[in-house]
Ligand binder design. Structure first.
Ligand code: ZN
Length: 176
């Protein structure tokens, strides 16, 4: 089973490398995508994951289908972002509660742009652009940070350690 690396792992601090577009359909990259989806699905509170979090220093992140699914809709598949670039962020920022699958079990407040637009390649190598606001925009910014060796604890204020047994159910934050 794929393990999620924790904050002391040096790979989480590295600048991840671009994926050559011609390699996206290769078994190697497709296997990495499968592993990322599988491990994200094991995390009840996980909304997204970046490749360095499973020990792969490549510019890939995925957003869990759960976050993309609207009410009364069937769960959507995970969305793949390869070589993502932030095209635009709103000047308006807001403090948001944040956690990370690689920084168990800390939570804190991070200032994030309310809106963000990302350009990336999908799992077939096709380029696309996706705009988002709120939690999805927050996830884009958090995952981009992962690809640049940054963890949310570098930016967060009011950090608190909240292991699951202490976590108040209706106060659960998103983790990515
Ligand atoms: Zn994270």
């Amino acid at each position: 089973m794929t393990k999620i690396l924790q904050k002391k792992s040096p790979i989480l601090r590295k600048q991840a490398k671009e994926v050559p577009v011609k390699d996206i359909k290769s078994k190697k990259i497709q296997d990495i995508l499968k592993k990322m989806s599988a491990v994200l699905a094991t995390q009840d509170d996980g909304v997204a994951i970046a490749a360095p979090q499973i020990g792969v220093s490549l510019r890939i992140f995925i957003v869990g289908g759960r976050l993309l699914t609207k009410k009364d809709e069937e769960t959507r598949p995970d969305m793949v972002f390869i070589n993502p670039v932030i095209m635009k962020v709103s000047r308006k920022k807001q403090k948001m509660e944040e956690g990370c699958l690689s920084v168990r079990w800390l939570y804190g407040q991070v200032e994030r742009s309310e809106k963000a637009t990302v350009r990336a390649h999908d799992e077939h190598g096709k380029p696309f652009t996706k705009g988002a606001s709120g939690v999805l925009a927050q996830a884009f910014q958090h995952e981009m940070d992962h690809l640049n060796g940054i963890l949310f604890i570098d930016k967060a204020t009011d950090l608190e350690d909240l292991p699951p047994e202490k976590m108040v159910k209706d106060n659960q934050a998103a983790n990515d």
